[in-house]
Ligand binder design. Structure first.
Ligand code: HEM
Length: 380
């Protein structure tokens, strides 16, 4: 799609896309416009029409609004304030050694087998195990949580799509039980911070916690999985960058942001206009869909010198792969960066000769940029 994105950026950066039989939408292609929209929730609402391009039913909409991704201020501000208590730099920093252990465990198991599917054997379990760590869930529950989360990520791919709502309830019940335990016996973990009532009594109740864990499973798994697999693919396509990393590990500092810029694991988020507004010289009526194209903004030559070059030393790197700023900026950005950094650190250390062992298969989806299967050979 890159040529098309580039043509729209220069020729028609806020493009009216007519859908046959549907209401159509505005495609926002430039970095600056995506930031502008992201930072004005009072005009560009996440609650009014949800954040996916297709229109949800009223029932879906009211259910989704329980999640902060689908809320507007001031509701969103209140939810996010509670959640931020758990996602402090200290709480996330505490996970680094665990993440390193998880990466070593996964990479060593893959090394022992030689040829593996990088997605199924490394990129998919990593974020899932990390979310289990984050919640303080015991290791023996990982597989359970993994199965529910996978079923939840209903991508529009026939291999994955599911109408089954059962896993959502399983996951919610699981989270509620975990929360009850931590209310009774608080630990130094995130769930304990979330359920503890603040001075204003604002701790999460059962429903809020259950819904939040569902959001974590949806927002934290597939995105990080795709950053990892897409990042490795980028190294396969640009072997000189892999050599560069092997020669200079200080590049691990800038690598994660370049991987996220390059891969742009989330393709779009959508907003709905609450009032008539101007954007990029166009007048957008109230009630219209506005769709932010992160991969396009991440290749915008007005912001990135050599935007079409994968450069793991890129600095500064004001990419919008975690969102264009504003209230919904990715809650897991620090954590995701850490996962990507530690994974490539461990691969460089233990499997520097990693190489493709067949053709990768991509997932059919216009919401996430995803690799479904990626055979690789791990070597020292
Ligand atoms: C929101 C990307 C990893 C949790 C978002 C948004 C994007 C995004 C684009 C929407 C921003 C907006 O609308 O302005 C990514 C990418 C990731 C990643 C590319 C991996 C490379 C994670 C992880 C977690 C997480 C690991 C949690 C453990 C969330 C949550 C939100 C969010 C909870 C909603 C925040 C809100 O509405 O206030 N992410 N994400 N994400 N992300 Fe991430």
């Amino acid at each position: 799609p890159w040529d098309r994105y580039a043509r729209l950026r220069s020729g028609d950066p806020v493009h009216r896309h007519a859908e046959p039989g549907g209401p159509g939408f505005w495609a926002v292609m430039r970095h600056a416009d995506i930031q502008y929209v992201s930072r004005r929730p009072e005009v560009f609402s996440s609650a009014a029409g949800g954040v996916m391009v297709p229109d949800p039913t009223e029932e879906q909409l009211s259910r989704n609004r329980l999640m902060m991704l689908f809320q507007d201020p001031p509701e969103h501000t209140a939810t996010r304030a509670v959640v931020n208590r758990g996602f402090t730099p200290r709480m996330i920093g505490k996970l680094e050694e665990h993440i390193r252990d998880i990466c070593r465990e996964l990479v060593d198991a893959a090394l022992a087998r030689g040829t593996v599917d990088f997605v199924a054997d490394i990129a998919a379990p990593l974020p899932l195990y990390v979310i289990c760590e984050l919640l303080g869930a015991p290791a023996e529950d990982r597989e359970k949580v993994f199965t529910w989360s996978n079923a939840l990520i209903g991508a529009d791919d026939p291999d994955f799509a599911t109408q089954d709502t059962e896993p959502i309830f399983e996951l919610i019940n699981y989270a509620v039980a975990l929360g009850a335990q931590r209310r009774a016996e608080p630990r130094d973990d995130i769930v304990s911070k979330l359920v503890a009532s603040g001075e204003d009594g604002s701790g999460m109740d059962d429903l809020a916690l259950g819904v939040f864990v569902v959001l974590l499973a949806v927002a934290g798994n597939e995105t990080t999985r795709n950053a990892a697999s897409g990042g490795l693919q980028a190294f396969f396509d640009h072997p000189e960058q892999w050599e560069r990393l092997l020669a200079d590990r200080s590049l691990l500092r800038t690598l994660p942001d370049e991987v996220v810029r390059w891969v742009s694991p989330v393709v779009t988020m959508r907003r709905t206009t609450l009032t008539e507004t101007e954007l990029g010289g166009k007048t957008i009526p109230a009630g219209d869909k506005v769709v932010l194209y992160y991969p396009s903004g991440n290749r915008d030559a007005d912001v990135f010198p050599d935007a079409d070059v994968f450069d793991i030393g890129r600095d500064p790197n004001p990419h919008i792969g975690f969102g264009g700023g504003g209230p919904h900026f990715c809650l897991g950005a620090h954590l995701a960066r850490m996962e990507v950094r530690v994974l490539f650190e461990v691969l460089a250390e233990r499997a520097p000769g990693i190489a493709p062992a067949g053709t990768a298969r991509r997932l059919r989806s216009n919401f996430v940029n995803s690799i479904k299967e990626m055979p690789v050979r791990l070597r020292m």
